[in-house]
Design a protein around this ligand. Structure first.
Ligand SMILES: Cc1ncc(COP(=O)(O)O)c(C=O)c1O
Length: 243
């Protein structure tokens, strides 16, 4: 897959490519875990051609994969990280971009009377959101949620794969505290089965998400093994209740 980037560079010239943006683990597409070596290869192609490597860590950041960032888990350091969701645990809207020193320094040069990087929004740098973000990070640290997430990952993996012999299940994927189950499409009606599974789970107190014929869950890092079991058993009941 990374070879596609090399082919693009060959076809168009590296000077036409400013950056490559990837989710280090594709969350919204249904927990697609990168093949071994894929991100490292992207990194080396980007390095060879002076292309910025940008990780969209909106889903994977802040403990979802057991480390602060997927970059840590996969041992590949991008030039920029986009983050949101976990930085605030969803309580107040906050997103951010983390950049390498060299990019920061590039932005910060210029006359002191001018705004360094003129890129403002109505709510940029909002003190309420930033205060809540700092509090969330303090809770991640004080409650040891990253270590907890690494431990829960093992329980979650065991539990989710116990669904492999249920009807219509074609694939189960997991990494960290993110899991997805892919189902056969019913009568060419994409999403119909998983929409019904979603509704069943919702009616029984479990919020899942669905895309195509895939359901995905990302349990809160503060949950415990009993709650993981309850989530999985609700999904099992849903699969059995729905043809
Ligand atoms: C992987 C990923 N990137 C980016 C976004 C967009 O983030 P935001 O809604 O904070 O702009 C989302 C939103 O769900 C997402 O899942």
């Amino acid at each position: 897959m990374a070879d596609n980037l090399e082919a693009l560079v060959d076809a168009n010239g590296s000077e036409t490519i400013a950056g490559v943006v990837v989710e280090p683990m594709q969350g919204s597409a249904g927990v697609i875990v990168p093949p071994h070596g894929y991100l490292k290869k992207l990194r080396s192609i980007c390095d060879a051609h002076q292309i910025l490597l940008i990780f969209d860590e909106v889903i994977t950041g802040f403990g979802r994969l057991g480390e602060w960032f997927a970059a840590d888990r996969f041992g590949v350091i991008p030039d920029m990280i986009i983050c949101a969701k976990g930085v605030i645990s969803g309580v107040v809207p906050l997103g951010g971009v983390i950049v390498r020193d060299s990019i920061y320094n590039e932005i910060m040069v210029g006359p002191s009377h001018l705004v360094e990087f003129f890129h403002g929004y109505t709510n940029s740098g909002h003190p309420l959101a930033c205060a809540a973000g700092i509090s969330a990070i303090n809770v991640y640290e004080s409650e040891g949620l990253l270590a907890k997430s690494s431990k829960l990952e093992i329980e979650l993996e065991k539990a989710i794969h116990s669904l492999r012999d249920e009807a219509h299940v074609v694939d189960i994927r997991n990494i960290g505290m993110a899991v997805a189950i892919e189902f056969e499409t019913r009568n060419n009606q994409i999403s119909m089965r998983v929409m019904e599974i979603f509704q069943y789970c919702f009616d029984h107190g479990v919020m899942i998400r669905y895309t195509g014929d895939i359901i995905a869950i990302g349990p809160a890092l503060v949950c415990d093994e009993t709650e993981i079991e309850a989530i999985i058993e609700t999904i099992r009941s849903a699969i059995r209740a729905i043809a």
